[in-house]
Write a protein that binds this ligand. Sequence first.
Ligand SMILES: CC(=O)NCCS(=O)(=O)O
Length: 349
Amino acid sequence: MSERSGKVQTVLGLIEPDQLGRTMTHEHLTMTFECSHVPPAPGDEGLAAAPIEIKHLHWLQQNPYSHQENLLLNQEIEAVKEELLCYRKAGGGSIVENTTTGINRNLPVLRQLAKDTGVHVVAGAGYYVDVTHSDETRKMTVEKLTDIIVSEVLHGADGTEIRCGVIGEIGTGWPITESEKKVLRATAHAQTQLGCPVIIHPGRDTAAPGEVIRILQEAGGDITKTVMSHLDRTIFDHQELLEFAKMGSYLEYDLFGTDLLNYPFNLRVDMPSDSVRVQNLAFLIKEGYEDRILIAHDIHTKHRLTKYGGHGYSHILKNIVPKMLSRGITQNQVDKILIENPKHWLTFK
Ligand SMILES: CC(=O)NCCS(=O)(=O)O
């Protein structure tokens, strides 16, 4: 049995699972998202180059990836610190920080934020999507990738002694590339060695989550300790959702606070509103999945911070929880989604 067994690993060390409290299982506190820049529509070049201002907020909400500066969340450490203090005041306890290799993980900043705010921060090991894989990463064998991921959890990552407490978000696109498949197999092998939680970013296609789970399963991964992120923008039909839910992973709705009409990464998608997200949670609960649901905001751009008029990290606690309660979800079920489910997922076997 390892020292991590029965514990949660934060950037400040191991803690008891009961110390976590309310937990957002998919956020970013510092990262860059230049890999996902979308050129502005003809005529919008001026807006895309303008400083972020309240008069441009609606444009930014509809075109978040077409503004280069908006993609640099790493420039907002002070604002994020203030947000985390508000998150604590609102009853938040912990945050899983999903930034992996490829989108500028910064473990010393995460550790400082945890120290300054008292919020428990769990950092992510592994690799984001193919477009961010270096030539060196692409050439690695599954064994080498496994060793690196294991070391990020056991010894620390990016040349620091700060240890990751989950693997992910592991990035995959659609179709899943060969390099991403190797990372997925390495993730499963590392999880087998460590007994740790895993979290996946699926490609933007309805078939993507199921395909990822099949690859992890074949490589020996523990699907019951694996989270499928971004279901909001990936599976829409309730029957397809139930088919996927039967595969046994955690089901994460993590884009609370976003209301995007034309989702630039897949224009066929009708991005749901927060009201529809809550309806989906109520549906999954009715179907018996209350032990498998997780929620978050996945803040990864500047405009979603309260400093810029956004909803911030406390939106779920302040606005979504009352909405859930008003739609027949009980306090006990809310507590499962925000406290019990994250706790079970994050505890090492
Ligand atoms: C940081 C990240 O991967 N966020 C997800 C954005 S997406 O549009 O839902 O893929």
